[in-house]
Design a protein around this ligand. Structure first.
Ligand SMILES: [Zn+2]
Length: 124
């Protein structure tokens, strides 16, 4: 059953909340790791957005931040899919991603089977 409008609105607001929380977490982590970069970071992200944040964070090599940033990117991509109508469809097989899976992980781009396959491929 395709997602209805209400489901999508709920998931979109969950994504936006999670995105804000992740941004705060990333900024906190970065500030803790390297105090002097914090002013630079907030200044840069104000003007240039997530790409600038990504570049700065990549330099820090903080595993937790890197993971948070990956999740943040997934969420940004999910919001774009909501905007262009592809949300809730598996990026690999085109099948519908179950609502339960999206509720647990609204940034999911693939159904569970394709995600498992993707991770195996990616690892090896
Ligand atoms: Zn799939």
């Amino acid at each position: 059953m395709p997602l209805n409008r209400r489901d999508i609105i709920q998931l979109a607001s969950a994504i936006e909340e999670r995105r804000e929380a992740l941004r705060e977490e990333i900024h906190r982590e970065v500030a803790r790791g390297r105090d002097e970069s914090y002013a630079e970071l907030t200044g840069a992200t104000h003007d240039r957005g997530e790409e600038a944040l990504a570049d700065l964070v990549a330099d820090l090599g903080n595993a937790e931040v890197t993971r948070d940033l990956g999740e943040l990117r997934d969420l940004e991509a999910a919001l774009r899919r909501i905007a262009d109508g592809g949300f809730g469809l598996c990026a690999d097989c085109g099948g519908e991603i179950p609502l339960e899976r999206l509720r647990a992980q609204p940034g999911a781009a693939r159904c569970a089977a394709c995600q498992t396959r993707h991770e195996k491929t990616y690892r090896s």
